[in-house]
Design a protein around this ligand. Structure first.
Ligand code: BEZ
Length: 211
């Protein structure tokens, strides 16, 4: 059965461009992003890994470790990394899993046979410090992902893990957030001293509590 939100992210041991990695051990007590790409030496994938490398400091600030995966062998990954660094003006310093036996692809259902029998699609998982799956997205090979959106989701997940709030459509770090319905307005006034804006009894905004 395929993975669902809230499931424990399957653990695995894999060969990567940074040596052998035990996934859960590698994540430690932090957050993780595991994302697949269809194949090495392909144009969209090159830009995706380049953008991820360029954003490494943003991931680090959020205590997130990033791992890429495709079914290509290790030597191919290592050669391709040189091209990514050269063409995208970056330094790829996160591990890329060589999933030749498709172990990781199988555990995370990254091969969608009606899209491609052989290649992983563009799957992405955000994993919390409790090792549970917090977000899953799947894009087709023809569409590169927006890694700023991945960071935005991580900001929302990290905020909402600590406060009884949710984030509205298109929210960005620093903007007002929504008080979850489970909190009464009376309680919300106590819990959110920066103020409460009640638009409807079920739609209540407060300034971002951790700013
Ligand atoms: C790409 O990364 O450019 C790509 C990979 C597989 C199919 C189509 C595009």
């Amino acid at each position: 059965m395929s993975l669902r939100l809230g499931d424990i992210a399957p653990d695995f041991t894999a060969q990567t461009t940074s040596g052998e990695i035990r996934f859960h051990e590698y994540l430690g007590s932090g957050w993780g992003v595991l994302f697949s790409h269809p194949a090495d030496y392909t144009p969209v994938c090159t830009t995706e890994l380049g953008r991820t490398a360029a954003l490494q400091e943003e991931f680090r600030k959020r205590n997130v470790k990033v791992l890429a995966v495709s079914v290509d062998p290790l030597d191919k990954h290592l050669g391709w990394v040189n091209d990514i660094n050269e063409t995208q003006g970056c330094h790829v310093d996160f591990p890329i899993i060589a999933d030749e036996d498709r172990k990781v692809a199988g555990l995370y259902d990254m091969i969608h046979p009606n899209a491609s029998e052989t290649f992983t699609v563009r799957s992405l998982f955000i994993i919390g410090p409790d090792k549970k799956v917090k977000l899953m997205i799947t894009y087709p090979a023809s569409t590169g992902r927006n890694f700023y959106e991945v960071l935005r989701v991580i900001d929302s997940l990290q905020l909402t893990a600590g406060y009884s709030v949710a984030t509205p459509a298109d929210w960005k770090d620093g903007e007002d957030v929504i008080v979850v319905p489970a909190v009464s307005t009376e309680d919300a006034i106590r819990r959110f001293p920066k103020g409460l804006r009640v638009v409807k009894p079920y739609l209540r905004y407060t300034p971002q509590p951790d700013k």
